[in-house]
Ligand binder design. Structure first.
Ligand SMILES: [Ca+2]
Ligand SMILES: [Ca+2]
Length: 102
């Protein structure tokens, strides 16, 4: 079970859980929550911090794997177009259901 740490995330996003325990989030909200330095893209470091913040195990390994699977153009960052590739990752590790239909 994944637990959000309200102190860490509350100012940005108030998670609303669905009946299956997942938290629906748009790509925009997802980015707002994970893009700590606000450069508009998610780095491996930011992903790692997110995994750790969620209380996940092996954050370094998971972040590396997640980034590799999502970073289609290989620049080492996950940008707007690539966040959708984190859909499975977000659901599995964060319990976040990324809503992609705009
Ligand atoms: Ca960033
Ligand atoms: Ca990229």
């Amino acid at each position: 079970m994944i637990h959000f740490h309200p102190r860490q995330f509350a100012p940005i996003v108030k998670p609303k859980r669905l009946s299956d325990g997942t938290v629906p989030m748009t790509v925009h909200e997802f980015k707002k929550m994970f893009d700590a330095d606000r450069d508009g893209r998610i780095s491996e470091e930011e992903l790692r911090r997110a995994v750790r913040g969620m209380g996940g195990w092996f954050p370094k390994m998971k972040a590396k794997k997640g980034l590799k699977s999502a970073d289609k153009n290989g620049d080492g960052y996950i940008d707007d177009d690539e966040i959708v590739n984190l859909k499975d990752f977000a659901l599995k590790h964060f319990g976040i259901r990324i809503i992609t239909d705009k």
